[in-house]
Design a protein around this ligand. Structure first.
Ligand SMILES: Nc1ncnc2c1ncn2[C@@H]1O[C@H](COP(=O)(O)OP(=O)(O)OP(=O)(O)O)[C@@H](O)[C@H]1O
Length: 326
């Protein structure tokens, strides 16, 4: 479908290096505005995270990018195609709902998934065995899916997503359902894909995964994207925090501390002044503060998320990450 090309002319110069380009995507379901004007630009070969709490619109956005559903408005171009279905064979997709045929053997399931994306069945089965060996599941190649643990079955499905060697991989909440060890392995696998030039886009409600893996992210909340860009730039939106410990609690040096200073135990916390640390240090020394320690800490992505998406969205993310009801 040729969506609103009159409203948005993609720049060919920029498009060349973008695996995904979406502008103003909107989707409504029976009166629910699930996605309300989402813009996303994913550079080719990048690991890109879509970050947001439950119900934010992550799955709906991904499904529009895959061409599983069409947007009500907006423009998308995926691997150069305006209809993502035209490039389906170049895409691997792990949906949020996991599921494989329980009676199939693991390597057959991987071959079957490859066949759905155009790979000859025998090639896919053979690659399935190799992939399982390479990912420490060689012992389970001949097991039926129903005989595997949940985590193992999820890894098999993941390998099935990759068996046809897609150029673009779309993972919807790939880390959920995996234990810490398998989450670490999946992070390694995602990095390995990017090293080979594959573009990876994944959704998550766990900020730490995106912070460790992604150069670029989109923050999504309530169907809107209040931020899309680099993780670095998001973190730079918040001034670094100074943590100061002094021998004395009172003295004329206290006037050098910014008004927003918080005292927590023996420490004073405040944002790094715009004038930098040196004038402050000078004032503290001249005021005889007796500095015991001073550190400057750059904001993490979690703090940036709070500043951009708000406390409520951030609380939902944390609650989800800890497995508590949001
Ligand atoms: N097929 C549908 N029919 C009706 N409403 C839908 C449908 N799919 C999604 N929604 C609604 O759209 C909104 C966004 O849902 P979506 O699944 O995209 O969010 P999400 O960020 O992926 O959340 P989660 O992490 O919980 O899957 C929610 O309010 C959801 O209830």
């Amino acid at each position: 479908m040729d969506m609103a090309t009159g409203e948005f002319q993609a720049s060919t110069e920029n498009s060349r290096n973008l695996a995904i380009e979406a502008h103003g995507l909107v989707k409504r379901f029976d009166g629910t505005l699930a996605v309300d004007g989402v813009d996303i630009a994913v550079p080719a070969g990048a690991i890109y995270g879509i970050l947001g709490p439950n119900g934010a619109g992550k799955t709906t956005s991904l499904r529009m990018l895959l061409g599983i559903i069409d947007p009500d408005a907006g423009y998308r171009r995926v691997l150069g195609a305006e209809n993502p279905q035209d490039v389906a064979r170049l895409i691997g997709y792990l949906p949020e709902e996991r599921g494989l045929y329980p009676a199939m053997k693991a390597y057959e399931a991987i071959g079957f998934m490859g066949a759905l994306r155009g790979l000859p069945l025998d090639v896919g089965r053979e690659r399935g065995k190799e992939l399982m060996e390479a990912h420490g599941l060689g012992h389970a190649v001949d097991k039926q899916i129903r005989q595997l643990s949940k985590g193992m079955a999820q890894t098999v499905q993941l390998l099935g997503t990759l068996v046809h060697e897609p150029k673009l991989v779309v993972f919807d909440e790939p880390f959920s359902g995996l234990d810490a060890i398998n989450q670490g392995k999946l992070e390694g696998l995602i990095r390995g894909l990017a090293d080979k030039g594959t573009t990876v886009i994944f959704s998550t409600h766990v900020i730490a995964h995106a912070e460790r893996l992604c150069e670029n992210i989109a923050i999504i909340a309530g169907g809107k994207v209040p931020y899309a860009g680099s993780v670095e730039e998001a973190r730079d939106r918040i001034p670094a925090q100074v943590r100061l410990e002094t021998r004395k609690r009172e003295g004329r040096w206290r006037t050098a501390l910014p008004a927003e200073t918080r005292q927590v135990g023996d420490f004073f916390h405040f944002p790094l002044p715009e004038s930098g640390i040196e004038p402050l240090l000078k004032a503290l020394i001249e005021g005889e503060a007796g500095i015991l320690s001073l550190s400057i800490e750059r904001a993490g992505l979690h703090d940036a998320f709070v500043a951009i998406a708000g406390e409520a969205a951030a609380r939902d993310m944390v609650a989800d990450a800890e497995g508590k009801p949001a």
